[in-house]
Design a protein around this ligand. Structure first.
Ligand code: ADP
Length: 239
């Protein structure tokens, strides 16, 4: 399992003011990392850093076999995104733009990739539908397919189940887990301890101003921090 990302003693922040410090973790091919933390702890700031944007004040983020540009990103949904007037197929296909150098038209391989990905994610029969008429869960699948077309190796997901009903949340988590079993590396930002415990292989927990934990899910669950977070967020996983 090759190392894909290594974050070495990073301080992240804006305009000279640190949001969080001492961020150290590695992500290897096939891992499922869940980034946990309260609101305001710096999860989105870390995403920006992973996407190659500016918040790294010191330390280093090293990419191995994949480059920053090869990460598929599923941002938190906004109302604007939910109202996007395009067909499912158009949105999925747009993930292929810019792949393999600039090309103003879609290529045969782009169409094939979009077909394959829509089939894999169970949305092929929706391809002609207008995106904004779909349910929240279906919309997330479409955006996931788009991200997969853009970069098939690493997916960075920011609170992907926000706003979905419990069944759609569960379905989406299961789908993400199946992509991970198929070899795709997952980095998911969440405050959902249950999802972390159920699906992730590794946990990075960011507290106020600093990293509190990085390691395997099993170690996290058995740590005092993991135990207390599980208890505060709802005890049913703590059996
Ligand atoms: P989380 O995603 O965990 O809720 P964020 O990374 O969004 O946390 O925010 C962490 C801190 O960084 C917050 O105090 C927030 O106000 C601050 N912050 C976020 N974006 C910016 C920015 N562009 N400029 C200055 N401060 C920011």
């Amino acid at each position: 399992m090759g190392k894909q990302i290594e974050c070495k003693n990073c301080t992240l922040g804006y305009e000279g003011v640190a949001v969080t410090e001492g961020i150290n973790f590695t992500v290897s091919s096939g891992d499922y990392l869940c980034i946990l933390g309260e609101n305001g702890s710096g999860k989105s700031t870390l995403i920006k850093a992973l996407l190659g944007l500016k918040p790294v004040m010191s330390g280093e983020i090293e990419w191995a076999e994949s480059k920053q540009g090869e990460i598929g990103y599923l941002p938190q949904q906004t109302l604007v995104q939910r109202d996007f007037p395009a067909s499912v197929r158009e949105i999925v296909m747009s993930g292929c733009l810019g792949k393999g150098g600039f090309h103003p038209f879609y290529r045969k391989e782009d169409k094939e990739l979009a077909d394959k990905t829509m089939t894999q994610l169970g949305i092929k029969d929706l391809e002609k539908r207008c995106y904004r008429e779909l349910s929240g869960g279906q919309q997330q699948r479409v955006l996931l397919a788009r991200a997969l077309c853009a970069a098939g190796k690493i997916l960075l997901l920011d609170e992907p189940v926000t706003g979905l009903d419990p069944k759609a949340q569960n379905d989406l988590y299961e789908l993400i887990a199946s992509l991970n079993k198929g070899g795709i590396t997952i980095i998911m930002v969440s405050h959902d301890i249950h999802a972390a415990v159920r699906y992730a292989s590794h946990v990075l927990h960011i507290g106020s101003k600093k990293q509190l934990f990085f390691g395997t899910k099993e170690k996290y669950v058995n740590s005092r921090l993991g135990q207390s977070f599980i208890l505060t967020e709802g005890g049913e996983e703590n059996e």
